[in-house]
Write a protein that binds this ligand. Structure first.
Ligand code: NAD
Length: 256
């Protein structure tokens, strides 16, 4: 029997309501309706840019070349994006005690912009820049990108966006938080991730192995769908999360 999306959303809402620890695991797909394309796929950024420019070795050898691409993708472009309904509903779930944490592979800061506070950034955040010499960090906006590569105002060291380049290790804090969440979650909500990016892609199967029910939102099947997903909500993140939010938030907040 083929189930309708609406009936699957009702099932998902009921699981989310009864869950004691829910984790949202988000990928580039959640920000597509905010106007940020993913890396992969038909309209992905890799059709336009060379992924090598985001390798750490390339960056250190040719910072100006790398920074030209980084500026176009992450600052001229990402900088203008605003959270969509999916980010907003996740923030509302946290506020109502229905979401324990977000583990995001994204670096666009849109979860925080929507109001989420427990966000573990697996791949860092593009809104911070770090000096590779004195390690001082700056908020994007404090530093001019008119001359590339940008230099540290304190020591003239090379500035690097504080996100994880290809070939760099995942920071300890989000890694530990992700393993912790994968061990505790009753429900694990995967939104907009192909499941192809290592080592982040190992977290959802670990949650499944530890007993979590996997709910997945994606317009297309991912690496996870036929493998670990229990409820597949096939559709765009903003649309599906909008419907889910209507059901979940039909009960007012205690302090409303
Ligand atoms: P991906 O680029 O590999 O895949 C994107 C996924 O999103 C696909 O499965 C696609 O079907 C799905 N998708 C497309 N439109 C969607 C929509 N409207 N709603 C829900 N899902 C949708 O993404 P990934 O697996 O997250 O890996 C790419 C890596 O690149 C990430 O780890 C991240 O660090 C980085 N990245 C980040 C951003 C960002 O910060 N917004 C953007 C591009 C890439």
């Amino acid at each position: 029997m083929i189930r309708s999306l609406d009936s699957a959303i009702l099932d998902a809402a009921s699981l989310l309501r009864s869950s004691r620890f829910t984790t949202a695991f988000t990928g580039a797909g959640i920000s597509v309706e905010s106007g940020i394309p993913p890396f992969r796929g038909e309209k992905g950024l890799w059709n336009k840019y060379d992924p090598r420019t985001l390798e750490i070795g390339f960056f250190l050898n040719q910072p100006e070349e790398s920074w030209k691409v980084i500026k176009q993708i992450f600052y001229d472009f990402f900088g203008k994006a605003a959270p969509n309904q999916a980010h907003v509903v996740l923030a509302g779930m946290e506020q109502r005690g229905m979401l324990s944490c977000i583990i995001t592979q994204n670096i666009d800061n849109l979860h925080q912009a929507a109001g989420s506070t427990v966000v573990h950034e697996f791949h860092g955040n593009s809104m911070k820049l770090v000096c590779l010499v004195c390690m001082h960090t700056y908020v994007y906006g404090e530093i001019s990108l008119d001359t590339l590569p940008p230099r540290c105002p304190k020591c003239e060291g090379l500035l690097k966006p504080d996100f994880v380049f290809f070939g760099e290790a995942i920071p300890q804090e989000p890694l530990a938080a992700a393993y912790d969440a994968a061990g505790k979650s009753d429900v694990f909500l995967i939104i907009g991730s192909t499941g192809e990016v290592m080592p982040a892609n190992q977290i959802p199967p670990l949650a499944k192995q530890n007993g979590a029910t996997i709910i997945e939102i994606n317009p297309q099947e991912s690496h996870y769908t036929r493998w670990i997903t229990d409820i597949f909500l096939q559709g765009k993140a903003g649309e599906v999360m909008g419907k889910l939010g209507e059901i979940l938030f039909s009960t007012p907040l205690h302090n409303d």
